[in-house]
Design a protein. Structure first.
Length: 166
């Protein structure tokens, strides 16, 4: 597998971690703050969850010009540049990294093209789009916008969208 290898030392416990408890309960913690509480149904048919307002993304939002500089659609090494960007952001953030070796895959992948993609993404996508404010008008998810940022002409569309929103 190709990718960017990170050797992390001196981090101790991760600042963004999932904790499991008896009865199908789980807690997502960032630092000392709970950011998501959940309980899996005993027959595994669903999950009840509560999201707090305390979560802070370990990766800061990008401006369109920053994404354009990283993506540079005319160059085949954009996957490597994205890996370096995310590695730097994760190393300096309250994120999931802890002591050990990590590999950031530099290949462009999309979950919906995998065999389990539709089963894994469709129900959660509908819930996340309905319940959270990080969606784009028209129902698209912000992370889809970033993932598609390497498409030709994308940044012109983003700039036009931002200008229209102002």
């Amino acid at each position: 597998m190709s990718g960017l290898k990170l050797d992390v030392a001196g981090r101790g416990r991760p600042d963004l971690a999932v904790h499991m408890a008896a009865g199908g309960r789980l807690l997502l913690r960032q630092g000392d703050q709970p950011v998501l509480l959940a309980k899996v149904f005993t027959d595994y048919s669903g999950v009840e969850y509560l999201v707090t307002d305390r979560f802070r993304s370990p990766i800061a939002p990008l401006r369109a010009s920053q994404a354009a500089a990283i993506a540079d659609s005319g160059n085949e090494n954009s996957g490597e540049r994205w890996a370096h960007h995310f590695a730097s952001a994760l190393e300096s953030a309250l994120g999931p990294l802890y002591d050990g070796s990590w590999l950031l895959d530099t290949r462009h992948t999309r979950l919906e093209h995998s065999p389990w993609g539709p089963v894994a993404t469709q129900p959660w996508t509908r819930r996340l789009l309905a319940e959270n404010p990080w969606t784009l008008p028209g129902g698209g998810a912000a992370w889809d916008a970033i993932a598609q940022a390497h498409a030709p002409g994308w940044f012109d569309l983003v700039k036009q969208f931002i200008d229209n929103e102002r």
